[in-house]
Design a protein around this ligand. Structure first.
Ligand SMILES: [Zn+2]
Length: 333
């Protein structure tokens, strides 16, 4: 069976895999996402990572059946164009990522939103596998989400699953999206870091930024938060408690609407903090659940850092099946 490539393009790292027909990983490579140089530099780095994954799997990248890419920003699946990828260097405008990668590597390239592909992977291969309806909550820099409803992704009119922007407090904290009171305004890593910086300016003490510098980071990464929590840093504990409370309210509201069987918590922070925090989120949900005797299962993501890349590889299979089902449009006269 033909091998496929999968790439998870994140704000801090690029994960590339080559998988076989049973989605077993035959080769894997991880690169830091370039912080300067614009979209073409990022595309070059993706190509290098994918070539390494292919080399580890003993195949030539040009022989792959296809390469899937999960990307942040606004993704146009038909043209392979990615725009407004604000976590990536100088990537406000549109860039033809799919065509650039096909030129560099050979095979057809399929793109989708990074959170959608990761949720698909958890549903098909990971923590969501036993269920038919699942909400995925990707707790990282922002709070993304995806919905699998009766076995199929629910995309709405194209923008469904933005669970991070469920309102948990009217006229509440300012969200990175510009609105107020969103769950992400309390739980997103970017929003939590901004608050930690404001509190520090006001004179409150924390080890968060010292841990960050010691690790050679410029941002409060998931690892920095985890370390500060291990050390019982008071500000870190307080901000994470606030995040868990917001996640509980927002996710419970989504469950009240959809009554899914399970919730999967992934993303940088979700993966790093794991099942103990998934359990805490469930506890925080309970006071808000309308039918409170029958809560959904809440699982930490099971595929870890490879969820996005595996989901991107699944995208190749799905896109090619869909293309076979859809006959080519007749040429217009
Ligand atoms: Zn928002």
């Amino acid at each position: 069976m033909a091998l496929r490539g999968g790439v998870d393009l994140g704000g801090t790292k690029i994960e590339a895999v080559v998988v076989d027909g049973r989605n077993e990983v035959l080769g894997h490579s991880r690169h830091a996402t370039p912080t300067t140089g614009g979209p073409q530099t990022v595309a070059d780095e993706i190509a290098t990572a994918l070539r390494e994954a292919a080399a580890a799997a003993n195949v030539d990248p040009s022989t792959l059946a296809g390469i899937g890419v999960g990307s942040p920003g606004a993704v146009d699946q038909d043209s392979g164009v990615v725009a407004q990828a604000r976590n990536l260097p100088d990537w406000e405008g549109a860039f033809s990522l799919g065509p650039a990668l096909t030129t560099a590597l050979g095979p057809p390239v399929y793109l989708d939103n990074d959170v959608n592909v990761a949720v698909d992977a958890e549903f098909a291969l990971g923590a969501g596998k036993p269920y038919s309806s699942v909400i995925g909550v990707w707790w990282g820099t922002g709070v993304g989400g995806g919905i699998i409803f009766n076995g199929k992704p629910w995309l709405g009119r194209d923008a469904a699953g933005e669970i991070g922007h469920m309102v948990v407090k009217l006229n509440g904290a300012r969200c990175p999206c510009g609105r107020r009171g969103c769950m992400e305004a309390y739980a997103g890593r970017a929003a939590m870091e901004a608050r930690a910086r404001r509190l520090t300016k006001k004179g409150e003490k924390t080890d968060l930024f010292r841990i960050m510098e010691k690790r050679g980071r410029t941002r409060l990464s998931s690892g920095v938060w985890a370390r500060a929590l291990d050390k019982d840093d008071r500000m870190a504990v307080r901000l994470i408690d606030r995040a868990v409370a917001a996640l509980g309210a927002g996710i419970a509201s989504a469950v009240n609407l959809l009554d899914v069987e399970a919730v999967v918590i992934g993303g940088g922070l979700g993966t790093r903090l794991g099942q103990p925090y998934a359990d805490r989120i469930l506890k925080a949900m309970k006071p808000h659940l309308f039918v409170d005797g029958r809560p959904p299962a809440v699982h930490a993501a099971a595929l870890g850092d490879l969820a996005g890349a595996l989901g991107a590889a699944l995208l190749v299979e799905r896109s090619q099946k869909k293309a076979r089902r859809t006959p080519a449009a007749p040429a217009s006269a």
